[in-house]
Design a protein. Sequence first.
Length: 708
Amino acid sequence: ADVSGDTGQQIIHADDHPENWLTYGRTYSEQRYSPLDQINRENVGNLKLAWINELDTNRGQEGTPLIIDGVMYASTNWSKVRALKADTGALLWSFDPKVPGNIADKGCCDTVNRGIAYWNGKIYVGTFDGRLIALDAKTGKQVWSANTIPQDGALGKQRSYTVDGAPRIAKGRVLIGNGGSEFGARGFISAFDAETGKLDWRFYTVPNNKNEPDHAASDNVLMNKAYKTWSPTGAWIRQGGGGTVWDSLVYDPVTDLIYIAVGNGSPWNYKYRSDGKGDNLFLGSIVAVKPETGEYVWHFQATPMDQWDYTSVQQIMTLDLPINGETRHVIVHAPKNGFFYMIDAKTGQFIKGNNYTYENWAYGLDPKTGRPIYNPEALYTLNGKEWYGIPGPLGAHNFMSMAYSPKTGLVYIPVHQIPFVYKNQAGGFTPHPDSWNVGLDMVKTGLPDTPEARTAYLKDLKGWIVAWDPVQMKTMWKVDHKGPWNGGILATGGDLLFQGLATGEFHAYDATNGNDLFRFNAQSGIIAPPVTYMVNGKQFVAVEVGWGGIYPFSAGGMSRASGWTVNHSYIAAFSLDGKAKLPPMNALGFLPVKPPAEYDAKVVDKGYFEYETYCQVCHGDGAEGGGVLPDLRWSGAIRHQDAFYNVVGRGALTAYGMDRFDTSMKPDEIESIRQFLIKRANETYQREIDARRNAKDIPENATLGITQ
Ligand SMILES: O=C(O)c1cc(C(=O)O)c2c(n1)C(=O)C(=O)c1cc(C(=O)O)[nH]c1-2
Ligand SMILES: [Ca+2]
């Protein structure tokens, strides 16, 4: 039998069956281009909602559904999976891995899941608590489950691992990475036998802290090449160094290599992490390894000395492009750092690169090596100054997929600008259990609440589609969006681009010039990438709807600059003859409840510090919610000390993802947060009322909040 299995051949020949969507990026090249053209520029204006399937988690939905012979398989928040009839949305089966609710705060960025893999009759999903599970595609019954995190992985709770990326499958091996670098993590990927779930090999992306063998595929290259790029006495020894592989991880059948897209440093702070010394391999890199053994072949490091959370985990796409008169098989890559790279897919040689958006941390790239030419001001951990960085830690491009059309020769990148103030944590590196541990001043990273500061910052928040010519390395045109954090992009043979937006609209654009050809009000921000498929000769376009991910969590109220939206989670499918209607939904959230009038002014500063340390990354900067998780200013629990302590200290809501914090804070610290929340509620109450009054579509009825 063919070692690569039938599914491997089917993925390689995906264009013979364009009705299906077999793997995360549709093909191994991850171009997210479908040749289907029944829906095209002429008729897309008539696109209609065909069906919706409502989800049971009102959190961010980032999944790419797969479509195999008329069945849609979709993963949703909390690592759940469901199979639907792709033409009607009718549920065939659903699977809940029962991830414990109290681990939501073990990952940085919402309990999302980006997708699943299919291989010879089985569906594979990674779960937020670190399992890899194989399901029977017909029944949804579990076939096997493997723990992807090694026994000693957590290093006495110093490190934290969560899985939210889509597995990929190469030659019968399921590849899976994880996240955790914001807490403490040593990145790695694992390859499991698709049939049995047995671990085949593991590759660590950063060295062993004692430079000892891990008995892993990475031993040689880490001990001989990578270790000497780290200071032996930096905080990485406990925190793991980072380099998590939380998103892109692809197999290329042309070169027969696996490309590992490696993340940021842990802690972020380079001075604390590595004493400000060395390039810290393989942070911010692409590493190529052999599929059978995981043996190292080459690497390309985009961001040496990372101190900005500039992961290179973003999508790896392969293309065959004309370069100086010859066709070359290349990787194109638009990581967080704002530069677009073209790399030889076989050798890892840097071919060319250019910035695809405004950035202020580097003057450009060395034309020979691709190494950034640093702006010394940006090296805040070395110069000790504050740095207003563009891009910030959410990058110029995040997990949202880009797409390529062979008809236009353009790469369509969902780009955003979200600046960030980087500043060293005072007094050296102090990790806190159950919180981000990046070595930065977390109060500083939040925004001052003066109207002037807010207005100035809002002007810098932007989002676009950049239509990028990968050969000329330049922007051909753009589509401006209202603000940052819009969904991934799909390109089709009908010369169309599909994209859901943070505003809560779903759009189709002309792939040749960006003209807006179709819009649908989905009533909730969309961050997931659309897919397209065919059932009985009819083309559908589908997308998971559901505002979330790290941006609305952490930026909170500021994220409404992209369009005021709340979370309604469902899968939507569109066709030219669709007849479905959305049920009435509250698009803007409820009117706030008037907060208690009194607070203890002596402890609010302390409360602000505790809030920004433990709460901000989920409930929003300055205690203003971003429309997904509860906005704590209007929570009933802040009205009474015991009620608040029951939730925050004792974990009354762990089942919903709210961990208990009596393990990391004392009762008076928790109470100081409550006092701070009451203060913020009073300060911002009128602004919230006015904002709703001044926006159109604001629900008139404060209790129901339904516009229709
Ligand atoms: O360093 C990491 O381990 C890690 C993990 C993840 C994740 O697992 O989702 C994200 C990030 N970093 C990250 O930097 C980031 O911007 C991000 C956005 C998202 C998201 O789903 O919205 N996840 C992550
Ligand atoms: Ca990160």
